[in-house]
Design a protein around this ligand. Sequence first.
Ligand code: 5GP
Ligand code: ZN
Length: 112
Amino acid sequence: MSDCLFCKIVSGEIPSGKVYEDDLCYAFKDIAPQAPTHFLVIPKAHIGSVAEVDGSNSAVVAHIFEVIARVTKELGVGSYRVVSNIGEQAGQSVPHLHFHVLAGRDMTWPPG
Ligand code: 5GP
Ligand code: ZN
């Protein structure tokens, strides 16, 4: 999608701190980290949010979770939180599916 911030990050038009990349997904450091480790994992193909996941595109979501499991192990991160905000009230600010991976500090529950 031409006017999507994260599509521009995938294409390299907007620079980012790459954590991992393969044919299907891209992981990069959040520009405003909320924990000592905070990166985002996104599908390269544009999907608006979890609300747009269906049988035609859900394979990339399973793949992203495999990537999260692998990359966190490689980083030596054993406890972490995975978050995806859907819609304005839940705090989604970028309308391209992304999973936050946060680690390195005590987390509270329920989330704010
Ligand atoms: P959301 O608020 O949609 O759940 O998450 C979007 C995240 O993208 C936020 O945590 C925000 O800090 C991050 N973000 C927004 N713009 C940029 C950017 O240009 N580069 C990077 N690396 N992260 C960004
Ligand atoms: Zn996009």
